[in-house]
Design a binder for this molecule. Structure first.
Ligand SMILES: N[C@@H](CCC(=O)N[C@@H](CS)C(=O)NCC(=O)O)C(=O)O
Length: 235
């Protein structure tokens, strides 16, 4: 029997769930997965399942965790390679994971995660572009200092830091802002990892009844509509 439960939200939209799921799977925790269709905020079933908190929600060995960063740390206690072995690299990994957890609101608002949406070129608000520039700097700096020997932020091993940024990668692949060749290569490496591939496959099988129209509508259509109503060009 499984040693616990990992409660997640709709895979095609729930960026925090993706982070928690990656850490749990990378650590090899034996948990049953339960997916709750999200209502787009304040989902009653999420509140009921998590005691008023959010997803991802991990119950393991009698421990209950409702914050993705705490889940990442817990998983790393059970499976230390989730953080880099080198102390300086590990400190850096925690810093960039914390920065992701606490910030990049501009990107998150303008480019909500929606794995299969047609939204190329959309969402390029000044705030989102500023966040993307900062993220590209973080990725470049991290890879230059610690990334030798592999395609991920800390080299050959996919760590909690990559898990934290995986939903950013998903957004960048959906909305396709302009990126450096290096950032694109990193995005492709994350997308090609077996776990994100599995997540996309599972997300692709979710029932249509779970779709939220505001996250599925092609954004090119929205852009055209906004251009018509405001008289300005589209994104
Ligand atoms: N800080 C939390 C954020 C989690 C979060 O906001 N999750 C969203 C889904 S991605 C949620 O549960 N929203 C409530 C809802 O949709 O009902 C974490 O790191 O886990």
């Amino acid at each position: 029997m499984a040693a616990g439960t990992l409660t997640l939200g709709t895979r095609r939209y729930s960026s925090w769930s993706l982070r928690g799921w990656l850490s749990v799977r990378l650590a090899g925790l034996d948990v049953a997965e339960v997916v709750i269709p999200l209502a787009g905020g304040e989902t009653p079933a999420v509140k009921a399942a998590t005691g008023g908190a959010t997803v991802p929600f991990l119950e393991h060995d009698g421990i209950r965790l409702w914050e993705s960063l705490a889940i990442a740390e817990y998983c790393a206690e059970l499976h230390p390679p989730l953080w880099p072995a080198d102390r300086a690299a590990r400190a850096h990994a925690r810093a960039i994971a914390s920065e992701m957890h606490a910030g990049f609101r501009g990107l998150r608002q303008a480019m909500p995660m929606s794995l299969f949406r047609d939204a190329r070129g959309a969402g390029r608000t000044p705030e989102a572009l500023r966040d993307i520039a900062r993220i590209e700097t973080l990725w470049r700096d991290t890879r230059a200092r610690f990334g030798a020997g592999g395609p991920y932020l800390f080299g050959a091993s996919f760590t909690n830091a990559d898990a934290m940024y995986a939903p950013v990668v998903a957004r960048l692949l959906t909305y396709q802002p302009e990126l450096s060749a290096e950032s694109l290569a990193y995005c492709e490496a994350v997308r090609a990892h077996p776990l994100p591939r599995e997540w996309y496959e599972l997300a692709g099988r979710e029932p249509k009844a779970w779709f939220l129209p505001r996250f599925e509508e092609p954004l090119t259509v929205q852009a055209a509509r906004a251009a018509t109503s405001s008289g300005r060009g589209s994104a």
